[in-house]
Design a protein around this ligand. Structure first.
Ligand code: SAM
Length: 229
């Protein structure tokens, strides 16, 4: 896996700091492997909302998961760097667009990803996105969400502080810092009759990151319980 992270970091290029960031992120964040395991099962097209540099798509391709991949992000330089990396690595059926996740097309998606992006939206934006995700699940997509949450004690405080730092440093510009409550997020999908699996996915980080896997409504939705302490 470290060799894969190295290859992708080299393809993204840029400053030493950026290459180090990509290598470190791919080498340590469990979201990429969690997502890969699902896409290997469910297949593409994969739509990655707020994809940043498109690292998840590059990760899939380097690990021979050949799903069609479409990502969007508001950060133009990230999209352009991801496009260059995809070209360099010979990725086909790989599209990255500068676009807003609240209206980016989910048409035909088998897997929809929203990794660490929901909290950028205000309450109305989150509600709109949830509606679209529920609709995608109803049409057969598997929806994968990873997000920091409120109400998870010291982890939530550290996550909020880190988010402030990303704004202060200029790494992320604009958007809200509006972490959802896990209960609310789960509740929206469950109320729509979706099947929702939830687990912590913070790896070795101090963040309040949870993973939700949402699929089409069934007659027997899974009942899940969790604690956030
Ligand atoms: C923390 S990064 C996560 C990037 C990527 N999902 C990953 O896991 O590597 C959050 C990204 O969401 C993007 N973003 C924020 N609001 C957005 C929006 N409304 N539409 C699309 N992208 C957005 C930011 O530009 C940033 O690149």
């Amino acid at each position: 896996m470290n060799a894969v992270a190295e290859t992708i970091a080299d393809a993204v290029g840029g400053s030493r700091w950026l290459r180090g960031y990509v290598r470190g992120k791919l080498g340590s964040d469990p979201v990429f492997e969690a997502g890969r395991a699902v896409v290997a099962r469910t297949g593409g097209p994969v739509v990655d909302l707020g994809c940043g540099l498109g690292l998840f798509g590059l990760w899939l391709r380097q690990l021979e998961v050949d799903a069609v991949y479409r990502g969007c992000d508001l950060g133009r330089w990230k999209i352009e760097a991801g496009q260059r990396a995809a070209r360099q690595l010979g990725c086909e059926d790989f599209q990255l667009r500068v676009a807003d996740m609240t209206n980016f097309s989910l048409e035909g998606a088998r897997t929809v990803c929203a990794f660490d992006v929901i909290h950028y939206l205000d309450a109305a934006g989150q509600a709109l996105l949830m509606e679209r995700l529920i609709d995608a699940a109803r049409r057969g997509a598997t929806v994968l969400i990873r997000t920091g949450v409120r109400g998870c004690g010291w982890r939530s405080a550290v996550t909020r502080a880190e988010e402030w730092w990303t704004r202060a440093s200029g790494w992320i510009r604009g958007g809200k810092i509006n972490f959802p409550r896990l209960e609310d997020l789960h509740g929206v999908f469950a109320a729509a009759g979706c099947r929702v699996e939830v687990r912590p996915l913070w790896g070795k980080t101090p963040f309040s990151s949870y993973w939700l896997e949402v699929t089409a409504p069934t007659d027997l939705p899974l009942a899940r319980t969790w604690t956030t302490d």
